[in-house]
Design a protein around this ligand. Structure first.
Ligand code: ADE
Length: 244
């Protein structure tokens, strides 16, 4: 299916802070993708689904301890209502540091979906029954603790949207990105050819496209070996000069 025939990838973001997303979703690639009709973003305030007269969504943990825990009722009500707003119900991702680690492979997989529902937590975390009772995949954006899932939702949305066919103007850009082929990306240079004594490698000025492609491949592998040898260990089947 071509980029134009494909239905827009729909994102629903469930959060206590819908206002923080505006600038991210409006600007740059994410904004352009929406303008092109390739994606749509829908923000939902979990507080709107609280049955409490003060719109409370959290409470103290049973058994004591610090912080507050997000309650089941508003989260279940919000998730259920949002999932019914459109077809299909979509992939429901619960954002938590305890989840499966988000990576480029998962971003690629998600870019082929029709709908992604992102559930952002706050405070000490979710009542365990949210995890148990909702058909959610738990996803983490890294081994550190954020104050809430909102930055994680922005990270995931950004990484996925740029892979949706038709979003990036230049067809090559996403293909040569770091991780696209399991390697870090090669170095880029633009004018001038020399800046403060640092010269652009001669090969890039040579006009020899085969030599440039070779240099970039080797550079990508060299960088990956230097900085992220763990990536090569995962997929070390091709020697440098044959890699392509
Ligand atoms: N919420 C808090 N920390 C997080 C993380 N590392 N990934 C996803 N959601 C989170």
């Amino acid at each position: 299916m071509s980029a134009t025939e494909r239905p827009a990838l729909r994102f629903d973001i469930l959060t206590l802070f819908p206002d923080v997303f505006g600038p991210f979703l409006d600007s740059s690639i994410l904004g352009i993708a929406r303008q092109k009709g390739l994606v749509s973003y829908h923000l939902h305030d979990i507080r709107d689904y609280s049955l409490d007269k003060h719109r409370k969504v959290d409470d103290r943990p049973y058994g004591g301890g610090p912080g507050m825990v997000m309650q089941c009722e508003p989260v279940f009500r919000c998730c259920e209502a949002v999932r019914q707003m459109a077809e299909p119900a979509g992939r429901l991702l619960l954002l938590t540091p305890q989840g499966r680690r988000f990576d480029q492979a998962l971003a690629r997989e998600l870019s082929g979906e029709q709908r992604i529902v992102l559930l952002c937590g706050r405070y000490e975390g979710f009542d365990e029954r949210i995890r148990l009772g909702l058909p959610a995949e738990e996803i983490s954006v890294g081994d550190y603790v954020l104050s809430g899932g909102e930055p994680a939702a922005v990270v995931i949305t950004d990484a996925v949207v740029r892979l949706v066919p038709g979003v990036l103007g230049h067809g090559e850009s996403a293909r040569s990105d770091s991780f696209a082929d399991g390697l870090l990306e090669y170095a880029h240079y633009t004018r001038p050819p020399e800046f403060r004594g640092m010269r652009v490698p001669d090969v890039l000025l040579s006009g020899d496209h085969a030599a440039i492609a070779r240099w970039r491949r080797d550079e990508a592998r060299r960088r990956t070996r230097e900085r992220r040898s763990d990536l090569l260990e995962e997929d070390d089947t091709t020697p440098e000069t044959q890699h392509g």
